[in-house]
Design a protein around this ligand. Structure first.
Ligand SMILES: Nc1ncnc2c1ncn2[C@@H]1O[C@H](COP(=O)(O)OP(=O)(O)OP(=O)(O)O)[C@@H](O)[C@H]1O
Ligand SMILES: [Mg+2]
Length: 296
């Protein structure tokens, strides 16, 4: 698939969709990248997410560039997973979750009425904190996405091999493709989940703490893999590991949650900038306190 084919979320006519507003990150957001740049992939404008009446996260405006790694960091409960799940409409599956503001994929409103959610999730894949292979063979785990999304595949074995190679797992599993995925180690299972995400030929891969259940060696493998994948895919990773954010990402978004008078803690995007800037010279004192370990 070429990049040009990614320009619409669905083949359906999108012309009635309201154009997605330009993003102006506003005061306090020191993101100076040219907003609406032609290589932009996902744009968030005044995003807020409720669970029932509870405003979980608000004031999120950011622009995610193509073929780079963006890290979302911040203390527990500040809304990182919530925001990540908005990027491929995974919050649709959470009872009571409501999304306001704009999420645009190549300028198309991802929450527009005609958007094909299956197609959104094919183009924007997800890898979770805990490796979650299906109770199927290694081969069938990788073949699953292309099958259920109705991709036209001439040779599934080739598709599976390509995805396993891209996920740096092929050499370890090529002789046992028919074995159950549960027989793999945790780190192998996580790379299998990455292979499963890659098999549908996405443009974007969302990763929610993909290494938190892994040992340092498996973590290093996933980090190396991410660096390789970043030349082909746009990656957005949530991590609690600040060294990891600093090592792997080009841009970092720092979120935090502050309690209001009623004691409700609502998450906010505090600062979004190059990873270098966030970790060497952040503009906001709250970012600095977090990255230096003084709070969170
Ligand atoms: N399904 C849900 N129903 C109700 N509230 C939720 C739900 N999921 C998250 N929340 C709330 O929304 C807020 C943000 O949660 P979220 O999981 O996005 O935080 P996070 O930054 O990913 O935290 P962590 O680092 O612990 O994973 C929290 O107050 C949380 O309790
Ligand atoms: Mg989370």
């Amino acid at each position: 698939m070429t990049r040009a084919e990614h320009n619409t979320v669905t083949p359906a006519d999108q012309s009635h969709h309201a154009p997605v507003p330009e993003v102006n990150p506003g005061a306090g957001h020191n993101y100076t990248s040219p907003v609406g740049a032609p290589d932009g992939v996902i744009t968030l404008k005044d995003l807020q997410v409720f669970y029932g009446d509870f405003l979980a996260v608000t004031d999120v405006s950011m622009h995610i560039g193509s073929s780079e790694i963006t890290a979302l960091i911040g203390p527990s409960g500040c809304g990182k997973s919530t925001v990540l799940r908005c990027l491929n409409r995974m919050n649709d599956l959470v009872p009571g979750a409501r999304v306001e503001g704009a999420v645009a994929y190549h300028g198309i409103d991802m929450y527009g009425p005609n958007v094909d959610v299956i197609e959104v999730r094919r183009r924007i894949g997800m890898v979770f904190q805990k490796p979650n292979p299906f109770p199927k063979s290694i081969f069938d785990n990788v073949a699953y996405g292309p099958k259920v999304t109705g991709m036209k595949v001439k040779n599934m074995a080739e598709v599976v091999e390509e995805a396993l190679r891209a996920a740096a797992l092929w050499d370890e599993v090529k002789d046992k493709l028919k074995q159950n995925a549960y027989g793999l180690s945790g780190g192998q299972q996580q790379r299998l989940c990455i292979a499963r995400a890659i098999a549908t030929k996405p443009e974007v891969i969302l990763m929610d703490e993909p290494c938190s259940a892994l040992d340092p060696i498996a973590t290093a493998k996933i980090e190396d893999l991410m660096a390789d994948l970043a030349s082909t895919y746009t990656i957005i990773i949530v991590t609690h590991n600040m060294q990891q954010a600093a090592r792997v990402s080009q841009r970092t978004a720092f979120f935090t949650a502050q309690a209001d008078d009623m004691g409700h803690r609502t998450g906010r995007l505090i600062e979004f900038d190059t990873t270098e800037k966030i970790f060497s010279n952040p503009s906001d004192s709250r970012t600095e306190a977090y990255i230096t370990g003084r709070f969170g």
